[in-house]
Write a protein that binds this ligand. Structure first.
Ligand SMILES: Nc1ncnc2c1ncn2[C@@H]1O[C@H](COP(=O)(O)OP(=O)(O)OP(=O)(O)O)[C@@H](O)[C@H]1O
Ligand SMILES: [Mg+2]
Length: 340
């Protein structure tokens, strides 16, 4: 559905050239929710703006569906944007128009007759859960409700692709989750392809199928979300995953454990899916008659799987450790020895 080929975007300023997007290639398949994560200035907004021609690449091609965005005429591009729509962090609503009028606006521009517009607006108001608020002005709505208007407006021309630029970054965690649930619902109901950019790993974990990690204009790692969380390779990905687990306190207690039990090894068991609920660890402990200190653990959910890990301290020799690793790996549990 979306194919980005060796795209570079250079902004020329008086003093210097800024390579905001640097030789990026990626693809997004139909119906997928694809996340792009990176710290501030990584080039996320520039990248997503290339998708609908709000920015044009300095080199490379942006292909959406059958169209090469990077070589379309202005009128053709305006029409294409009805099918590749966008929502924003600060909603970008028209403040002097009501909820219904905001949602109706793109339909007016597209020349849809009034009766049809009214019908469509009602459908969309219901879809995003704003029934009863049609005549309110944006200033009368909460942040989450404003974003619902933004989503309804973006859907009015029945797009194939929805681009979300930090769509939940101005919202509190609970409202963020509600808006994310809504995005999943519309993806399922309308068979949309969604690309969202964010600096919150939680957003990626909760709804994305695959994600790419950006740093300095480049994609440094990409893959299925579960893979990125379980086995992050690049240092930036590792930092995001760590922030999501929030295990600063764990690191502290590791140091204490090493002092208390200098001969113990600290192991990290990794679980996926149903294994994360089975009593494998306790079975192993009994079988090998081990003394085991549980240091920390957690189970998190991605959009379709749970995954988790457990940090433990065990006093084992290398031979028993190998047996443990083999046995646990038969149960799809990974074992990593934490650095001393
Ligand atoms: N119109 C512009 N002219 C010059 N430089 C720009 C322009 N737009 C973006 N940049 C630069 O490109 C780089 C990437 O910016 P971009 O807005 O894409 O980052 P981002 O990842 O979206 O950051 P944030 O998380 O803060 O929104 C930055 O160094 C920024 O200053
Ligand atoms: Mg941005």
């Amino acid at each position: 559905m979306i194919d980005i080929r060796n795209v570079t975007k250079i902004f020329k300023t008086k003093s210097t050239d800024i390579r905001a997007v640097d030789d990026v290639s990626m693809n997004v398949t139909q119906g997928e929710i694809f996340g792009v994560i990176g710290y501030s200035g990584a080039g996320k907004s520039t990248l997503i703006r290339l998708f609908n021609g709000l920015e044009m690449p300095s080199s490379g091609d942006v292909v959406i569906g059958a169209d090469v965005i990077s070589s379309m005429s202005k009128p053709a591009l305006r029409k294409k944007r009805q099918k590749v729509s966008m929502i924003f962090q600060h909603f970008n609503l028209l403040w002097s128009r009501t909820v219904a009028e905001n949602i109706s606006f793109p339909l007016e521009i597209a020349g849809v007759p009034k009766k049809e517009r009214q019908k469509k607006v009602k459908e969309l108001v219901d879809l995003v859960g704003l029934a009863g608020r049609e005549d309110n002005y944006p200033s009368q709505l909460s942040g989450g409700q404003k974003q619902r208007v933004g989503i309804a407006r973006a859907l009015s021309n029945e797009p194939n692709v929805l681009l979300c630029d930090e769509a939940t970054s101005a919202l509190d965690p609970e409202t963020t989750d509600e808006v994310l649930d809504l995005l999943v619902k519309i993806r399922d109901e309308m068979n949309l392809t969604i690309v969202l950019i964010t600096h919150e790993m939680h957003v990626i974990r909760k709804i994305c199928d695959r994600a790419a990690v950006m740093e300095n204009g480049r994609i440094v790692e990409t893959g299925p979300v579960l893979k990125l969380f379980q086995n992050p390779e690049h240092s930036v990905t590792k930092r995001f995953v760590k922030d999501d687990i929030n295990d600063e306190e764990t690191a502290l207690s590791f140091d204490e454990v090493r002092e208390l039990f200098p001969t113990s090894k600290i192991l990290k068991f990794g679980f996926v899916g149903s294994q994360s609920k089975a009593p494998i660890v306790s079975q192993i402990v009994k079988k090998y008659d081990l003394d085991l200190n549980i240091l920390s653990g957690n189970i998190k959910r991605t959009n379709n799987e749970s995954y988790g890990h457990l940090f433990v301290a065990i006093d084992v020799n290398d031979e028993t450790l190998q047996k443990l690793e083999a046995e646990l790996s038969d149960h799809d549990v990974t074992v990593e020895v934490e650095d001393q």
